[in-house]
Design a protein around this ligand. Structure first.
Ligand SMILES: [Zn+2]
Length: 417
């Protein structure tokens, strides 16, 4: 008999965490941060207990004694961000080299164990295997958990992109071979009925846009997700091809680029500045902006990120001929929408052109989810990482594909068979 206990991310978006137990063996899948609750409610030096009480991190207290290992699916904060607050964990943390390099940027004290795709890892009597998929960060995985009584496939944050710009397309053979009894399936974007454009098509759009803009006399500023290593590589590549010098500005870009370099990704000596004073000095010393592309933090127009500080604090004097490119979408919270609206209004006042959504999502839309259901043929689907409405729509979709489905909430105890 296998027990599945959702500890975060069920009926909500963020702090992903699932506990699986059979006999005396327990393991955790992801230990994420609820980024929104954390940034709004957390105070410096908050204890783990206080962070749990504001719903920023999962509560693993009741299961901790039985956990023999934690497996991280990919390098996003809502899947690994809670780890930064643990001084010590009594079990090892498994992940792909990039996930572990990102964890090391936040926390150097944990027992980190690298995982290579397709290799079985034994945790007591349970076996675990990582299956490569595409997502908006590199080395993302579906995690297959094989116990004596069940095969459980954890598919939380993925897309099926056959034309990525960095890394391999998804491992379809691995997905077919997984043959899960239970599929834990991400719900985000299930309401989107069309297939996402590929990363390669975004790269073509980015390069042709930068080629066109470069004839203008102004500065080009691009912003995207700091963890989106393939997109960052694309922007660097397109900027160089347009004949301009590219510089990266911002602390989180620095963190993720350093993590990627640690695993051997080459950024060809691109300059990355993280300290506010150095960024200010660099911007103040830009003699000929038309020679530069800047890749900066602040894709959600966060007030403390570089893009907002450039505009609001006058770190750079935006004017006609300059261009700001958002290689992202607005994550739809009232705060983000308001921040973005205000920032765009300020740029408009300065006659600076704004180009939006040179972007494709890293999250599966309905067609990807249908493909996964067809390939994996699960008996039961447990929707996760979505609002209750999205979870319900995934339940209906699973049923249309001949599977049973159950909607779980954080703290429920589900037993199979
Ligand atoms: Zn993710």
């Amino acid at each position: 008999m296998v027990k599945i206990i959702p500890l975060g991310g069920y009926g909500e978006i963020g702090r992903n965490c699932t506990y699986i137990e059979e006999g005396s063996d327990g393991l955790l899948l992801d230990l994420g941060l609820h980024v929104d609750r954390f940034s709004k409610n957390a105070l410096p030096e908050m204890s783990l207990k206080a962070l749990r009480s504001i719903g920023a991190i999962p509560n693993i207290t009741d299961v901790k004694k039985k956990v023999k290992a934690l497996f991280i699916s990919h390098a996003h904060l809502d899947h690994l961000g809670a780890l930064q607050f643990y001084k010590h964990l009594p079990f090892p943390v498994y992940g792909t080299p990039f996930s572990l390099a990102v964890i090391r940027q936040y926390n150097k004290k944990l027992n980190l164990k690298p995982v290579s795709f397709e290799r079985n890892i034994k945790v007591g009597n349970i076996q675990v295997k990582f299956i490569h998929v595409t997502h908006s960060t590199i080395q993302s995985a579906l995690i297959l958990v094989k116990t004596k009584t069940a095969r459980i496939l954890y598919a939380n944050d993925f897309r099926l992109d056959d034309a990525p710009t960095l890394g391999e397309p998804p491992d379809y053979e691995g997905i077919v071979a997984a043959k899960p009894d239970i599929l834990i399936l991400n719900s985000l974007n299930n309401e989107v009925m069309t297939t996402n454009p590929t990363e390669q098509s975004v790269a073509r759009d980015m390069c042709s846009l930068l080629r066109k803009i470069t004839k203008q006399k102004g500065l080009v500023v691009v912003t995207t997700f700091a963890s989106h290593i393939s997109r960052i590589k694309t922007i660097i590549d397109c900027a160089k091809r347009s004949g301009r010098t590219i510089t990266l500005l911002g602390n989180s870009l620095h963190k993720y680029v350093k993590a990627a370099e640690e695993i051997g990704i080459d950024f060809e000596d691109v300059r990355v500045l993280k300290r506010p004073k150095k960024i200010e000095n660099f911007l103040a010393s830009l003699v000929d902006p038309s020679q530069h592309v800047l890749l900066v933090t602040g894709h959600q127009a966060e007030p403390s990120a570089v893009l907002s500080r450039m505009v609001r604090k006058g770190l750079y004097n935006f004017k006609k001929g300059d261009e700001v490119i958002f290689s992202c979408r607005v994550i739809p919270t009232p705060e983000n929408e308001e921040n973005r609206r205000a920032l765009e209004a300020l740029l408009e006042e300065r006659n600076t052109n704004v180009t939006k959504e040179i972007h494709t999502s890293g999250h599966a839309t309905r067609p990807d989810r249908e493909k996964l259901l067809t390939l994996a043929q699960p008996k039961l689907v447990l929707p996760t990482h979505g609002t209750p409405e999205l979870n319900n729509s995934v339940k209906l979709l699973a049923e249309q594909h001949g599977a049973q489905a159950r909607i779980l909430e954080n703290g429920d105890v589900f037993v199979w068979p």
